[in-house]
Design a protein around this ligand. Sequence first.
Ligand SMILES: NC(=O)c1ccc[n+]([C@@H]2O[C@H](COP(=O)([O-])OP(=O)(O)OC[C@H]3O[C@@H](n4cnc5c(N)ncnc54)[C@H](OP(=O)(O)O)[C@@H]3O)[C@@H](O)[C@H]2O)c1
Length: 268
Amino acid sequence: MSHRIAVLGSGHMGRALAVGIADNQQLDASIVVSDPIQEQLAGYTSQNVHTTTSNKEAISASNIVILAVKPQIIKTVVTAHANTIKNRLVISIAAGVPLSNLETWLPESTPIVHCMPNLAVSLNEGVTGMYANCHVTDTQKMIVQSVFDSLGEAVWMSEDSQIDIVTAVSGTGLAYFFYLMDAIIHAAKELGMDETNAQQFATRTALGAARIAVNSKDDPATLRNQVASPGGTTERALSVLDANRVRDSIMDAVRAAFARSAELTSSL
Ligand SMILES: NC(=O)c1ccc[n+]([C@@H]2O[C@H](COP(=O)([O-])OP(=O)(O)OC[C@H]3O[C@@H](n4cnc5c(N)ncnc54)[C@H](OP(=O)(O)O)[C@@H]3O)[C@@H](O)[C@H]2O)c1
């Protein structure tokens, strides 16, 4: 089945989604991306991606509408085009905007899926949490699943509130790993490695760790202990992380991201 998908907002995430969907051979989809600023629409090379500065035009040309604008303006965008959106499947990726709010801004019975992807969808390595309201049909669920599965992995959540946890863990989560890589690169340079090598060793190590963790039946705590032989370098390094309570700090960071979602919700 051919899908006509509108992506409103050509920022980091809108672009990543549009490129990821357009480049994916498994999906038969045409995409129209809208953004009020013409310059934001430059650089799309796929023939499957059309662009417009008119949200209305993008919505009219589509049967699926992805809302990829900032949470702070989503209400304005949605209410301005509520009539045009009518009878279309709506996918919101906005952090901290619960499905119940979207339901009050959109026409009654609009099928809405609240999704939380991460930027890795642009390389088909994303992970997306999804929650659908009761107006989304099984066929529409399969379509949404196939869109986000084709961009990595997609998981249905049991409640809409779980999406805020997904936001804190994986939507925001890429940044936690970039933070770690950045710290390792800085230390490597300080010890005398050149920038190029430091980047290569740190990022390939992160990739290796992720691949091992994804493919192993052991949890990351077990895997970490497997690397740490008694009296060795890893054990010494991990003892420094523990002494500095790095694990607690990372948990605090995840909690802070979760709390920020609630703040965004209350400011809507
Ligand atoms: N970034 C992530 O990793 C990530 C992950 C998961 C979910 N999200 C969600 O994805 C959404 C977009 O985030 P982002 O990081 O991509 O933000 P962003 O880079 O600021 O992108 C938003 C885009 O929307 C444009 N825009 C502004 N007003 C518009 C309108 N009326 N109609 C259409 N487009 C409009 C913006 O243009 P201007 O710049 O000119 O205002 C910008 O190009 C947010 O709701 C966020 O919560 C982001």
